[in-house]
Design a protein around this ligand. Structure first.
Ligand code: ADP
Ligand code: MG
Length: 233
């Protein structure tokens, strides 16, 4: 279980106030909220981005993460996909992912890694040679899913992985998330799209407004927000 119980600030400005939620293995916990609510801040803080100061506790399968640097969190099996994936021209996607794989799971030969990579990239239809170089928004999100598939984390923080995708890409991304969950991965998913959620059937939904949890529930809560928006909070 990934158990989050914390407040988060940036440069003395409190962004998240006593946010409390947990993600069970093999389930999806959705975080919704208006722009600027603090959803990305939550993912970054859990991953260990050192721009964010965390007060409180973030525990993964019983281990306290708050004092650990990002790379150690990744080695423990935590993964994050970015709302705005970066482009790294000149760094091959395969080399990058093999390095990431090695630092998380230990050494793997070029040949063995090729098998892992080819299987994952075939089902996702990813074609960029360099990390996100010249990729469209949708291709970048597919590349993030390629990382998820290859790295096979225990818990994944997926920040608006569905935004900017066409219908076909949306299905591919949703299927990748479903597969990961089936394999036991616990997913914290930030999204605005009910369609994506109806396909994914999340277990829990948390709504954050202005850095505070205002309501928690299940998919019915997401359906309510689709109709009513956030203005009632
Ligand atoms: P959301 O993802 O819900 O749209 P964010 O977490 O990106 O919201 O942002 C929440 C608030 O925190 C915003 O007011 C944003 O400007 C602020 N914020 C987030 N990250 C930083 C940062 N690194 N430096 C300064 N302000 C930040
Ligand atoms: Mg965001």
């Amino acid at each position: 279980m990934l158990k989050i119980n914390c407040s988060v600030s940036v440069k003395d400005k409190k962004i998240l106030d006593n946010v409390s939620l947990s993600v069970k293995p093999g389930t999806i916990h959705v975080v919704m909220g208006p722009n600027g609510a603090g959803k990305s801040t939550l993912s970054h803080a859990v991953m260990g981005d050192d721009r964010y100061t965390v007060e409180g506790s973030i525990k993964m399968d019983g281990d306290e993460l708050t004092s650990l640097p990002m790379d150690e969190r990744a080695r423990k099996g935590l993964f994050m996909s970015f709302q705005y994936p970066v482009e790294i021209p000149g760094l091959s996607m395969k080399k990058f992912l093999r390095a990431a794989y090695k630092s998380v799971h230990g050494d793997i030969t070029v040949m063995d890694f090729k098998k892992v990579y080819d299987t994952a990239s075939k089902s996702l239809g990813v074609h960029t040679k360099y990390v996100n170089d010249g990729a469209s928004g949708g291709q970048k999100k597919r590349n993030e899913m390629l990382q998820l598939k290859v790295l096979n984390p225990k818990y994944a923080l997926l920040d608006e992985t569905d935004s900017g995708l066409d219908v076909d890409a949306l299905k591919v991304v949703a299927q990748t998330v479903k597969d990961a969950v089936q394999d036991g991965c616990g997913v914290l998913l930030v999204t605005h799209y009910l369609k994506f959620l109806e396909y994914l059937q999340p277990d829990d939904v948390t709504v954050i407004v202005n850095g505070r949890v205002v309501e928690q529930g299940d998919i019915k809560l997401a359906q309510k927000i689709e109709v009513e928006g956030y203005s009632g909070y």
